[in-house]
Unconditional design. Structure first.
Length: 323
């Protein structure tokens, strides 16, 4: 077993942020190099003239110890004076809160983008402010915002569907316009090729990991790497841990179960993605079903109650594949 594994993580959302904290802690235990974390940018958007990257910011704030753990998003101790002023002008979305500190991040990002920096370069610059302890990369430098196509034919940005409507409107499909012309961000394919293990975090399979995997060349990179690809189930006891991932899964015809999500990703031996799959103890009875799909099941506690518990999950994944 290598004591210094090179780890690549695909992640997004609050679950991805918690998991990334665990990855950092687990690798620190081993004295291993910093992990490369490839972050979903499918839920990015332009709002009031500034570029927002919610998943990127959630992970940056969590790693920096600046996140609001009560709300699950944004900066701790933030205020909303500018947001109230925007609403007084009828600007922005009244149901989408932008904190003052958070707006500082968005303004800095937007300025750098307008100066000609790529999203990869912007994240690199953001990473200099706090010691994050990971190498953060966007999935792509191409804008590919997630659009929800509703059953009644209407189309809306994912953030409106998720934040305003709380996923209550029935989705028919999720699209990422422009993604067909995208490519993995610089350094992503190289990191995957040189990894000792690739971890798919317990993020929403449809709108967090789905856009990452939809970037042309991403699946090929995962298929060709010599590293084992290990996924972590975002379902515990037949229920989503956070958010409305069950609605997203139903829209693409996937049952809300740890085994069904494993089948959705598929076994690498059969042209899918996974070599191994971490199942919660509550879902241990599904292990034979996962094994029958050609994916090695690993049953372990999956509740990410704190960074130490998340690190234990990562340790279980690394130990199981001998890295």
């Amino acid at each position: 077993m290598s004591s210094s594994p090179r780890v690549v993580v695909l992640a997004g959302g609050v679950g991805g942020a918690k998991f990334t904290l665990g990855v950092r802690a687990a690798l620190a235990r081993r004295g291993a190099p910093e992990a490369t974390v490839v972050v979903n940018t499918g839920d990015d958007l332009w709002l009031s003239g500034v570029r927002l990257q919610p998943d990127v910011d959630s992970i940056v704030y969590a790693l920096a110890g600046q996140n609001d753990t009560q709300r699950g998003w944004g900066r701790a101790g933030d205020t909303e004076r500018v947001n109230h002023e925007l609403q007084a002008w009828g600007a922005g979305w009244p149901w989408f809160t932008l904190g003052d500190l958070d707006l500082g991040t968005h303004l800095a990002r937007t300025g750098w983008l307008r100066d000609g920096l790529t999203p990869t370069q912007v994240i690199g610059r953001m990473s200099r402010r706090w010691p994050l302890g990971v190498h953060l990369l966007p999935m792509t430098d191409t804008e590919a915002d997630t659009i929800v196509v509703l059953c009644d034919g209407r189309r809306m940005h994912f953030q409106e569907w998720w934040t305003r409507h709380r996923a209550a409107l029935q989705p028919a499909a999720f699209e990422n316009p422009g993604i067909g012309d995208a490519a993995p961000a610089p350094g992503v394919a190289e990191a995957i090729a040189g990894a000792d293990v690739v971890l798919l975090g317990p993020s929403n399979p449809v709108v967090s990991l789905g856009p990452i995997l939809a970037v042309p060349g991403m699946r090929a990179a995962l298929a060709s790497t010599s590293a084992p690809v290990v996924g972590v189930a975002p379902i515990i006891g037949g229920r989503v841990v956070r958010g409305m991932a069950d609605v997203c899964l139903a829209a693409i015809g996937v049952e809300t179960s740890a085994s069904a999500v494993a089948a959705h990703y598929g076994a690498r031996a059969d042209g899918g993605l996974l070599d191994a799959w971490l199942l919660a103890e509550e879902d241990g009875a599904l292990a034979p079903e996962v094994a029958g799909r050609g994916i090695r099941p690993i049953v372990t506690p999956l509740w990410m109650t704190d960074a130490a518990a998340s690190a234990d999950i990562v340790d279980a994944a690394l130990d199981a594949v001998g890295v």
